[in-house]
Design a binder for this molecule. Structure first.
Ligand SMILES: Nc1ncnc2c1ncn2[C@@H]1O[C@H](COP(=O)(O)OP(=O)(O)O)[C@@H](O)[C@H]1O
Ligand SMILES: [Mg+2]
Length: 345
């Protein structure tokens, strides 16, 4: 058995684009690598503006889209090698998605418990409805609901927070090893977000489930993540333990994000409950050469516009920025300036 639950190796996804930029390719995910350990469940967050490539990356992790380059391995096995129906079912049992819009997951014409019973039977957790009832009830209880509460209800008869918890419960029925939640709370009222993301913490702590949490909301990201990767235009620009990345960011882009976070924050993660959302990425910025942040970066140097920055290991995290390259004397001066704490006045 592999020592990695999930191993994402230099994955890239590019699309042919039309319109003004017709004929060129948009690299939605660009050379992204990270891994989750097999024996240590954690919450790994992918945070980035809308249009930064999060969903495209998620599709590759879910075996819904093959990478243009690179590979995704789950339990040591390359996803492109999963072809038979049985293997696919087994993969889907172990890696379960939770999507942004629960009202797209659940048809308005079907009672929600039908989905839960179907899922239990589909993944062989039960042979019939009678056997499925306790399985479904148990999954609902893990998210603070019960079969009694949702039984015979249609989606519109539940609140946004409840229906999203039902979709998390649905994902739990096959007893997955990994939950991949793509913006699971972005359509949920801000006051209810913490109660939903807290379910992920409970899953990690009590059930050993790993979670990839995708969001453009840094507040919930800070609150629940063990590690975080900050995405910008298809690249991961900085990744590492969440306190380091968000409290002491190295990349100028992460530094900009940090300024949007209320202070003081570090001591009490709950103070991040204020809702911090990232903006949207313009498609044309994807096609720039070099660092995608160069146009906005206060520390930009000429090299930044010439070629992609390398990934550099600094102080327990990985940062994609020329400011931290060791061997470049001309950069040292800039680097010391960049490392000054960001003033928030
Ligand atoms: N199937 C596709 N064909 C062409 N472009 C796509 C496709 N899927 C995503 N994109 C583009 O890739 C970029 C990243 O999109 P996406 O992964 O959805 O970002 P996010 O989830 O961070 O908002 C966007 O510019 C989007 O328009
Ligand atoms: Mg998305």
């Amino acid at each position: 058995m592999s020592d990695k639950l999930l191993d994402v190796q230099h994955v890239t996804a590019s699309f042919q684009i039309g319109g003004l930029l017709a004929g060129s390719r948009l690299i939605a995910v660009n050379n992204v690598s990270f891994a989750l350990a097999n024996n240590k469940p954690e919450i790994f967050t992918l945070a980035g503006e809308s249009g930064s490539g999060k969903t495209t990356l998620a599709r590759m992790l879910l075996h819904d889209l093959d990478p243009t380059e690179g590979s995704v391995l789950f339990e040591g096995r390359d996803l492109v090698k999963i072809k038979s129906r049985a293997d696919n079912l087994e993969f889907m049992r172990k890696v379960q998605p939770v999507f942004q819009n629960p009202f797209e997951t659940f048809s308005p014409l079907r009672r929600v418990e039908e989905y839960l019973f179907d899922t239990a039977i589909h993944f062989s957790q039960a042979r019939n409805r009678r056997e499925a009832a306790p399985v479904v009830d148990e999954a609902l209880r893990q998210v603070g609901l019960s079969l009694e509460e949702v039984n015979r209800r249609y989606p519109h008869e539940l609140s946004g927070g409840q229906i999203q918890r039902v979709s998390v419960a649905r994902a739990l029925i096959p007893q997955p090893r990994l939950i991949l939640a793509d913006e699971p709370v972005s359509m949920v009222d801000a006051s209810l977000r913490m109660s939903i993301v807290n379910v992920f913490r409970k899953l990690r702590d009590e059930h050993g489930v790993s979670v990839i949490y995708i969001t453009h909301d840094l507040a919930t990201a800070y609150y629940i993540s063990d590690r975080i990767a900050i995405m910008l235009r298809g690249y991961v620009v900085e990744s590492g333990p969440v306190e380091q990345v968000l409290d002491r960011p190295l990349h100028p882009y992460t530094q900009l994000l940090q300024e949007s976070v209320p202070k003081p924050a570090a001591a009490d993660r709950k103070s991040w409950a204020n809702h911090i959302e990232l903006g949207a990425t313009e498609v044309k910025e994807y096609t720039r050469t070099g660092c995608k942040y160069a146009g906005r970066c206060p520390h930009v140097m000429s090299i930044c516009r010439q070629a992609d920055p390398p990934d550099i290991e600094v102080d327990g995290r990985t940062v994609k920025c020329y400011l931290y390259t060791e061997d470049n004397q001309t950069i040292d001066q800039e680097k010391s300036r960049a490392l000054q704490p960001v003033s928030n006045t």
